[in-house]
Write a protein that binds this ligand. Structure first.
Ligand code: 13P
Ligand code: SF4
Length: 309
């Protein structure tokens, strides 16, 4: 039996569902029941009938699923898979920021711990951030964190002046503008598709700015002959499956570390392997727990997001 067959058999035996983010290794995406961006993963978790959710993503994604499904077992095959962006915003520091801005609405990116979500009025993802911020009262004073680049992008698109936390994703913030300009010259017909966690200089060089799902939808609908992709390159796996004849060109990071580093990769997302997935499912280890008081607070801002999406 192949490892993929073993995993699928375990899922059937245990009534488990595997959810994978688009930044996962291709072989992990291929064995999943559901692949999505962070919004879609939360939406799927909220409605699944499975007894066990195996979250192939980073820790905050598993925590969000646990908050939405407190009675289900949520497993993460690599519990050490964190997120540099989520780590940049600790709950104690957010509490202080809130104290300094008592009449502000707190809007937090989903890339945060459950503790931070518990201090938040509404959570957003890159898929729904514009839509949700646009629904807040025009005169609302807003604290937005932790991604400064996404916050800048939302401010520029909505005309708001949200106060921004000084955090960024080490993957998206390090794309090289020089390399992008060179690739644009080499491929003049290629559209540049970019995630809004990238810096303004990169956004300015782009044709389409959107969440992982929005970029994938764009490719599926337009099917141009080539695209330059400015986000974590794992998404190219699904793009290439959807459009086998299209050429996808990843953009390298600013500093090329190591040999042959030609694309940006989130090392946390790559921590999950098929072997870890099989073993976690088999042994039902690496359960994700969120203290009840935190989960009860966090679920309010998560549910508010789902209602406003
Ligand atoms: P998405 O919301 O597009 O899935 O992005 C999540 C993420 O971690 C981006 O780095
Ligand atoms: Fe976090 Fe960046 Fe990895 Fe996304 S790509 S999970 S924001 S470190």
């Amino acid at each position: 039996m192949t490892i993929q067959e073993e995993i699928r058999q375990l899922c059937r035996q245990k009534n488990a569902v595997i959810m994978a983010h688009y930044y996962q290794r291709g072989e992990v995406q291929d064995v999943a029941d559901f692949i999505g961006d962070s919004l879609a993963l939360a939406q799927q978790a909220a409605k699944t009938k499975a007894d066990i959710i195996v979250m192939c993503g980073v820790h905050f994604m598993a925590e969000t699923a646990k908050c939405l499904c407190p009675d289900k077992k949520v497993l993460i095959p690599a519990p050490e898979a964190g997120c540099s962006l989520a780590d940049s915003c600790q709950a104690a520091d957010l509490r202080k920021w809130k104290e300094q801005h008592p009449d502000y609405t707190v809007v937090s990116y989903v890339n945060t711990s459950a503790e931070v979500k518990a201090l938040t009025d509404v959570v957003v993802t890159s898929s729904n951030a514009l839509k949700i911020v646009n629904q807040l009262p025009k005169d609302a004073k807003i604290l937005f964190g932790p991604d400064q680049n996404l916050g800048n992008y939302i401010n520029s698109m909505t005309g708001r002046q949200m106060e921004l936390w000084n955090g960024s994703c080490h993957v998206h913030a390090r794309f090289s503008a020089e390399a992008l300009m060179r690739l644009k010259q080499e491929h003049p017909n290629a559209k540049v598709l970019t995630h809004p966690e990238c810096k303004q200089v990169i956004i300015n060089l782009s044709d389409v700015v959107g969440s992982t799902q929005a970029l994938l939808n764009y490719v599926r609908e337009h099917k141009d002959s080539e695209y330059i992709i400015v986000t974590e390159w794992g998404v190219i796996h699904e793009m290439q499956k959807s459009c086998p004849d299209v050429r996808f060109i990843p953009v390298p990071p600013e500093v090329t570390e190591g040999v042959g580093c030609s694309c940006n990769e989130c090392e946390y997302m790559r921590m999950i392997t098929l072997e870890k997935l099989r073993d976690t499912l088999h042994d039902e280890t690496n359960t994700v727990e969120v203290p009840l008081d935190i989960a009860e607070q966090a679920i309010r801002s998560i549910r508010r997001m789902l209602e406003m999406s």
